[in-house]
Design a binder for this molecule. Structure first.
Ligand SMILES: [Zn+2]
Length: 675
């Protein structure tokens, strides 16, 4: 018994320093993670830190215990004695350390190079790459392990000789553990930075690695804390500090739990803003449960007396530049869109809210501007804060049948739970535009045959133009390659249009064709999108055709943040208002009625892991101001649609007025979109 008790006490005593060190590491990681979010310190920081601690504490504790176990199992002092050679140096240790560094670098190179070759051979078939990658890694590691002993002997021999030479000149040995480990640390750090800057970064483009900062500092704190504790553990002041550290960590964890259960809105804020704490929030409590607490009545649209409720089909074609489509003078073969333009409203100056899918589509689905959307980046999508309400949910609550025919799983699928599909009673996901068009057509026909009298809201999302370089035969100028992908989507719409062909004109659907952003295609030095806010990337088509909509051109500037209020209005309801709605209905412009629209649009690049952010734009009538990290460019897009002549210095008063509008937008961005 006494033996067991003794053992337990010893175990506890040896666990105590690790616990203190893990708490310190967790606190540092938590604070760093929180500061990167909103940056304001307060109770929310304590809660966010608590969430990080919930995840980090067990990991750090295990790391600390493992490190201590390895340390004592290997008996470093005995090893040191055995490794020390006449003269006091440890050339074999030098050999091993150098081999570890070189071997790691070689291993990384083999895996990276191998994966890169695989990607180019297979044209990026993720499954093949995923299967082959472990094989490359294992073979590479085996080869390195086989060669390692030889490398150690060779390097040790060289080190021995050089150190002997050094010592004969009257110096102390260079091969002490402290000097060797120090040199290895510096060499490894330099190697990582060099490889990152010159090899990895140029190939993968901008990628935020800030997420790694908090865990790295956590582990560093853990290590430093251990050293400090070893040195000062007999002083009483150090015990007080240790107790304070543990108490603080406990308090933060308590705050986290209180927040999760009593202040769900704060918890959701942390979920959206903080990289590591957010992951924990998601595990601790269900986002869907919060979602289900929002009653349906809260967002049911208000019926306009006597209004007709037409079918509404939104055709969202990813990555479409307005100037390549027929209604805007483009050469792409798009007869369906051309015909819609010839009978409906063509908005000459419609702008997408951002230049990347995951920032534009949420705004188009909610009516909330991109800088006020909340959520977490997942894959290529954005997992929406469950408090955002989507247009399909509003219309479904109003009695509409709702359906989505969309590409692809990465944006609408179950795995990533972006929430883009919320409110869609029927959801069909397919990669092929042809399939989506055919299935949507069959769906419409089947409803008619069933005698389903409910009006229909259909959301379509086609992706072909996004992958124009892959999907079409890659020959000819890039503009023509791109145009071919537009033609594929247009052709896919033929059966859907046909499904409505034999209905009386008053029962025809309202069809809205638009896009989430454009494509550089070489303009302003950019081939794709997500890189700037020039017209090539945000001037998108907006064509609306249907009963009661005369053929006309709209000259007013509009933003796709207006899409949701407009859809609700065209569906026969009062456009939604409230804190979450930044757009306004442009239905009067659609019907060619007199309008008082201010005619402006806002777009922003939101910083996340593959978008540098820091760029915003405002269009007011013909004037467009782009602000890039404080540098202003002004264009008259009616006269200079390709934005070649910056007139900011010629028209400072206009630049100033538009900059003030951006300032107002920035202030509004700080206001929560939720009640
Ligand atoms: Zn897109």
């Amino acid at each position: 018994m006494a033996g067991t008790e003794h053992f337990a006490r010893r175990a506890l005593r040896s666990l105590a320093p690790s616990t203190v060190a893990a708490c310190a590491g967790g606190l540092v990681a938590g604070i760093v993670d929180s500061v990167k979010g909103d940056g304001e310190l307060g109770l929310d920081t304590a809660a966010a830190t608590g969430f990080v601690l919930i995840a980090a504490l067990p990991v750090l504790l295990v790391l600390a215990v493992l490190a201590r176990a390895i340390w004592s199992a290997w008996r470093p002092r005995e090893i040191a004695e055995r490794l020390t050679e006449p003269g006091g140096g440890m050339p074999r240790l030098a050999g091993w350390l150098a081999t570890v560094v070189l071997g790691t670098a070689l291993f990384a190179w083999i895996v990276f190079r191998g994966t890169w070759l695989l990607v180019s051979w297979t044209q990026f078939k993720p499954k093949i790459v995923a299967l082959a990658q472990p094989v490359i890694a294992v073979l590479g590691a085996l080869a390195i392990v086989l060669v390692a002993p030889i490398a150690v002997s060779v390097i040790a021999a060289i080190a021995r000789r050089l150190d002997g030479f050094w010592q004969r000149r009257g110096h102390a040995t260079l091969l002490t553990p402290r000097k060797l480990f120090g040199a290895m640390g510096i060499a490894a750090a330099i190697a990582v930075v060099v490889v990152w800057l010159f090899v990895i970064s140029p190939r993968i483009g901008p990628l935020a690695i800030g997420v790694a900062l908090a865990p790295a500092l956590g582990v560093l704190t853990l290590t430093v804390a251990h050293v400090i504790i070893r040195r000062f553990q007999r002083r009483s002041a150090s015990r007080v500090i240790a107790m304070v550290v543990v108490a603080l960590a406990g308090l933060c964890i308590a705050f986290a739990y209180v927040t999760a259960y009593l202040r769900p809105a704060t918890a959701l804020g942390i979920w959206g803003d903080q990289p590591i704490a957010g992951v924990v929030v998601e595990r601790v409590f269900s986002l869907d449960r919060i979602r289900n607490k929002i009653p349906l009545d809260d967002y049911r649209p208000v019926e306009r007396p006597g209004a007709h409720h037409p079918d509404i089909i939104v055709v969202m074609i990813d990555t479409v530049r307005a100037d390549h489509t027929p209604p805007y003078g483009g050469k792409a073969d798009m007869p369906v869109l051309k015909a819609l333009g010839e009978r409906g409203a063509i908005f000459g100056w419609a702008f997408s809210p951002s230049n990347v899918t995951r920032r534009s589509v949420p705004t188009m689905l909610t009516g909330t501007s991109p800088d006020r959307m909340r959520g977490r980046v997942v894959g290529w999508g954005l997992r929406l804060d469950p408090r955002h309400i989507l247009v399909a949910e509003r219309l479904r609550a109003a009695g509409y049948d709702t359906a989505g025919f969309v590409c692809c799983g990465g944006l609408y699928g179950e795995d990533l739970r972006t929430g883009f599909d919320r409110g869609l009673a029927t959801l069909v996901i397919d990669e092929s535009a042809e399939q989506l068009g055919a299935r949507a057509s069959r769906f419409v026909t089947a409803r008619a045959e069933r005698g389903d009298k409910r009006p229909l809201f259909m959301w379509m999302h086609f992706l072909e133009p996004h992958n124009w370089a892959v999907n079409t035969a890659t020959t000819g100028p890039i503009g023509e390659q791109y145009d071919r992908s537009l033609a594929i989507v247009d052709k896919a719409l033929v059966p859907l249009i046909a499904a409505y062909a034999n209905r009386p004109p008053a029962e025809a659907p309202i069809i809205i064709v638009t896009s989430d952003h454009g494509e550089g295609l070489g303009d302003h030095g950019q081939r794709n999108h997500s890189t700037d806010l020039y017209n090539s990337q945000i001037h998108v088509p907006l064509v609306i055709a249907g009963p009661g909509i005369p053929n006309h051109h709209v000259i007013e500037t509009v933003g796709l943040v207006d899409l949701v209020p407009t859809i609700i209005d065209l569906a026969g309801f009062e456009p939604p208002r409230g804190r979450s709605i930044d757009g306004h209905s442009i239905a009067s412009l659609v019907r060619n009625e007199p309008s008082t629209s201010a005619g402006s649009a806002f777009a922003a690049m939101i910083a996340d892991r593959s978008n540098p952010g820091g760029v915003s734009a405002i269009v007011d009538g013909p004037w467009k101001l782009i602000e890039t990290h404080g540098v202003r460019e002004l264009y008259n897009v009616h006269q200079d649609p390709d934005e070649h002549i910056n007139v900011a210095s010629k028209h400072p008063e206009i630049a100033y007025r538009l900059a003030a509008m951006l300032g107002v937008q920035r202030a509004r961005a700080r206001v929560s979109a939720f009640d």
